[in-house]
Ligand binder design. Structure first.
Ligand code: IMP
Length: 204
């Protein structure tokens, strides 16, 4: 059976991708499950570049070449319009990789002190890069639009979820159940776009 390798060690992401791609009838493995260990420097200047850097590095391993695997990788982050799209591709590294999200989130709220609701627009972005065994490459992007809140709310999710509000739902993404968030999320949208593009371009 053909295999898809997804460049992540995150179990939550694996569950989401398995759910969305389940009708492809392919084995979907994490890097770890495929026995691949690789430290990759993400030094691209866009989400798409970073996703492709990861996917290409993994596609070049002996394991993937021997199996003829399709390799997927994602890169995601938060763009705040008022902050000139910061933290963007530096979302994980914002204020330092080891700084807690409580501190990062408070800092963003502080930088938006006094900013009215209509200028607090923000989005989560996710780019997915896919490398196919014949060398072809595609990328897709998914987003979810919201605003930066005035305080942290909710304890589901991770990262910037407690300060990312969805006005039409009246809550932050940290207050949504995982199921609902996956249906709306930037990663879900990027994965669904990827599936469509793979079919449309006869890549699978
Ligand atoms: P990565 O693409 O998994 O490296 O994620 C980059 C960073 O973006 C994460 O560490 C989070 O800070 C942020 N991020 C990406 N997606 C989300 C999300 O759905 N909720 C909250 N934060 C997110």
């Amino acid at each position: 059976m053909s295999r898809i390798i997804f460049a992540t060690g995150n179990e939550g992401k694996m569950r989401e991708i398995r759910e969305i791609l389940k009708d492809l009838n392919m084995d979907i493995l994490s890097m770890k499950e495929a026995g691949i260990e690789l430290d990759i420097v993400e030094d691209g200047s866009t989400f798409e570049e970073n996703a492709l850097i990861k996917a290409r590095a993994i596609a070049q391993t002996d394991v993937c070449r021997a199996h003829g695997d399709i390799v997927l990788a994602d890169d995601s982050g938060l763009e705040v319009d008022y902050l000139n799209l910061e933290p963007g591709i530096y979302s994980a590294r914002y204020m330092g990789e080891d700084t807690s999200y409580r501190i990062k989130n408070h800092n963003i709220i502080q930088r938006l002190d006094g900013v009215p609701e209509d200028k607090r627009t923000a989005r989560f972005v996710c780019a997915i890069g896919a490398v196919f065994p014949d060398g072809r490459v595609i990328t897709t992007r998914g987003t979810i639009e919201g605003i930066i809140g005035w305080e942290e709310r909710g304890s589901n999710g991770f990262g910037y979820d407690p300060i990312f509000y969805l006005p039409e739902y009246g809550c932050s993404t940290a207050e949504l159940s995982m199921d609902v968030k996956n249906k709306l999320s930037h990663r879900g949208n990027a994965l669904r776009a990827l599936k469509e593009k793979m079919f449309r371009e006869h890549l699978i």
